[in-house]
Write a protein that binds this ligand. Structure first.
Ligand SMILES: C[C@H](N)C(=O)N[C@@H](Cc1c[nH]cn1)C(=O)O
Ligand SMILES: [Zn+2]
Ligand SMILES: [Zn+2]
Length: 478
C-alpha cells in the first residue's frame, strides 16, 4: 500500500478516537468575545499547543498583548506558530485555523449543552464543531495518521492558529507583518490553506476563492441618570431605546437594501459572464430554506440570492445591549443602550472607506431627531474582503483531493462570511491562499445546535491529507 492509502485506512479505523479529540476541544469554552471566558480561551491555546507538540510539531506561543473587552483590559489569547518538516525539496504549506468560538448558551435554544459534543445519528453537535474546531482537529488527525504509522508527510507544514478570529483577529496582522519583516517563520511558504467555511449546499463539496470583509459597529445612546419607571417618566423624557430603534431602522430596509448613502454605489454591477456563474451553480431556493431552517429567501431568483451572499454587501442588525430582554413584563425605560450591527463588505469596499459614511450618516439621522439624549457611534472591528485566483496549482491540488475522496467536482464559491487574516496572508506573503471547507451549509455555524456531520469530519480529514499529497504531486507546476 502507498503512504496515501495507509493514511486513508488509518482515518477510517480511528474515527472514534478523532471524535473523542473533537469532544475534548469542544469542552473548552474558548469564547473570545466573552471576558469571563478569556482564561479558558487562553487554556484552549495551551491545549492545542500540547496536541501539536505530541504530534511532532515544533511550536511557539506568541503573545499578542492586551485589548479592552467589556470594560477590562485583558491578555489576548496567544497565536500558535508551528513547524513540521524542513525538506527544501518539498513544498511548504501554511495552515491557518482559529481555536476560539462564538458565544453559546443552552438557553439560546440549544437542545443539548453547547460545550458537550453530542453524537446524534450521524452528526456531532457542539459549539465549534464546524467553526473551527472540527477543521483544526482534521489537521491533527492527518498528523496523527502519519506519525503513528511512521509515514513521511509529502510536504513541509507551517501552522498559524489564533484565538481571536471571532472578535476581529486582534494582534494577528501585526504579528504577521513583524514576522515577515524580521523573522524566519513564514520564509519558504509556497501556499496557504484555510479550512474555516462551509459548502454552499449539503451535497457538493466546495472550494472557496472569495470572502466578504466586515465592519462592525456599536451605536451608544444614553440619557437618564438611571433606569426609569415608564409609568412615571413615559412621555416626559427622551427615551434612549426609542432613539436607538429609530436609528437602527434607518440602516437597512426589509429587503436587505443598505440605506447608508454611498455604500451600495461602490460596488460594480455583475457582467454577463459573472451572472452565468450563479446560474450554473448547484443551488436552489430549497437549499436556502434547508440551511436557514425556513423558506425566507429575499428573492425567488437563485442568482439574486447567491449574489446577496457572495458578491454584494449586506448590513445585519445583531442586538441591543442594555435593553430589557428577560421573560416577564418589566416596565422600565433603560437609561443606556447600545445597538450592534455590521456590514459585510465586497471589493472595492474596505472598513476605512465605509466607516466615515456610516458614522456621518448616523450622526445626521440622530440630529434630525432633536433628541436631548447623547449618541456616539463606535467602530468595533473589521477586515477587508478577499478574492483569489482559482487558476493556481493550490486550487488544482484541492480539486483533485475532493474528486478522489468525494467522487464529485467541487463548487467554486465566494463565502459571505469573513476571515480577516486571509487578505493579510495573500498580501504579506505574496502566495496563493485557498479556502477548503469541511462542513456543510446547514451546519448552523454561529447558531444554536451547531453541528458537523461525521462524514464531513472523517471524509474531510481525508480531503485535507489528500490535498497535501496533491500539492506534492503538482510540485514544479508554476
Ligand atoms: C467564516 C468564519 N468561519 C467566520 O465565522 N468568521 C467570522 C469572523 C467574525 C468577524 N467578526 C466576528 N466574527 C464571521 O464571518 O462572522
Ligand atoms: Zn465563526
Ligand atoms: Zn471560523
Amino acid at each position: 500500500m502507498s503512504a496515501h492509502q495507509d493514511f486513508l485506512a488509518y482515518v477510517d479505523k480511528n474515527a472514534d478516537k478523532f471524535i473523542q479529540r473533537l469532544a475534548d476541544a469542544v469542552k473548552i469554552k474558548s469564547i473570545s468575545g466573552d471576558a469571563g471566558c478569556r482564561q479558558e480561551t487562553i487554556d484552549m491555546g495551551h491545549w492545542l499547543q500540547k496536541q501539536l507538540d505530541a504530534l511532532g510539531v515544533t511550536t511557539v506561543l506568541r503573545d499578542l498583548g492586551q485589548c479592552p473587552i467589556q470594560g477590562q483590559l485583558l491578555d489576548l489569547p496567544p497565536a500558535i506558530l508551528g513547524r513540521l518538516g524542513e525538506d527544501p525539496k518539498k513544498k511548504t504549506v501554511l495552515i491557518y485555523g482559529h481555536y476560539d468560538v462564538q458565544p453559546a448558551l443552552k438557553s439560546d435554544g440549544w437542545d443539548t449543552d453547547p460545550f458537550e459534543l453530542v453524537r446524534k445519528d450521524d452528526q456531532l453537535f457542539g459549539r465549534g464543531s464546524t467553526d473551527d474546531k472540527g477543521p483544526i482537529m482534521g489537521w491533527l488527525n492527518v498528523l496523527e495518521a502519519h506519525r503513528s504509522q511512521g509515514l513521511e508527510l509529502p510536504v513541509n507544514l507551517r501552522f498559524c492558529f489564533e484565538g481571536m478570529e471571532e472578535s476581529g483577529s486582534e494582534g494577528l496582522d501585526e504579528l504577521i507583518e513583524k514576522e515577515v519583516a524580521e523573522g524566519e517563520f513564514f520564509k519558504g511558504v509556497d501556499c496557504v490553506c484555510i479550512s474555516d467555511n462551509y459548502w454552499l449546499n449539503t451535497r457538493t463539496p466546495a472550494l472557496t476563492y472569495g470572502l466578504r470583509g466586515i465592519a462592525y459597529f456599536g451605536i451608544h445612546v444614553s440619557g437618564p441618570g438611571q433606569d426609569l419607571h415608564s409609568g412615571l417618566f413615559g412621555r416626559m423624557v427622551h427615551e434612549p431605546m426609542t432613539d436607538l430603534v429609530k436609528l437602527m431602522s434607518k440602516l437597512v430596509d426589509h429587503n436587505g437594501n443598505i440605506l447608508v448613502p454611498g455604500i451600495e454605489d461602490m460596488v460594480p454591477l455583475p457582467d454577463e459572464h459573472e451572472l452565468k456563474l450563479y446560474t450554473k451553480m448547484d443551488y436552489s431556493l430549497a437549499d436556502v430554506a434547508e440551511a436557514a431552517g425556513a423558506s425566507i429567501a429575499l428573492s425567488d431568483q437563485k442568482e439574486t440570492v447567491l449574489m446577496g451572499r457572495m458578491r454584494n454587501p449586506s448590513l445585519s442588525l445583531h442586538g441591543i445591549q442594555g435593553a430589557f430582554s428577560e421573560p416577564g413584563c418589566k416596565t422600565v425605560i433603560p437609561s443606556k443602550v447600545s445597538g450592534k450591527f455590521s456590514l459585510r463588505l465586497v471589493p472595492p469596499q474596505t472598513p476605512e472607506l465605509v466607516i466615515p459614511l456610516v458614522t456621518g450618516y448616523i450622526q445626521s439621522e440622530f440630529a434630525k431627531l432633536n433628541s436631548k439624549n447623547k449618541m456616539t457611534v463606535e467602530y468595533l472591528h473589521g477586515g477587508k474582503p478577499w478574492v483569489s485566483d482559482v487558476n493556481h496549482w493550490n486550487f488544482e491540488a484541492a480539486k483533485r483531493a475532493i474528486e478522489t475522496i468525494w467522487k464529485k467536482t467541487p463548487d467554486y464559491t465566494r463565502e459571505g462570511g469573513s476571515i480577516p487574516v486571509t487578505l493579510t496572508f495573500a498580501e504579506k506573503l505574496g502566495v496563493n491562499v485557498l479556502l477548503l471547507p469541511m462542513g456543510r451549509a446547514d451546519d448552523g455555524a454561529h447558531s444554536t445546535n451547531e453541528k458537523l456531520d461525521i462524514s464531513n469530519f472523517i471524509e474531510g480529514t481525508k480531503v485535507l491529507g489528500t490535498y497535501l499529497y496533491e500539492v506534492s504531486a503538482l510540485s514544479g507546476v508554476a
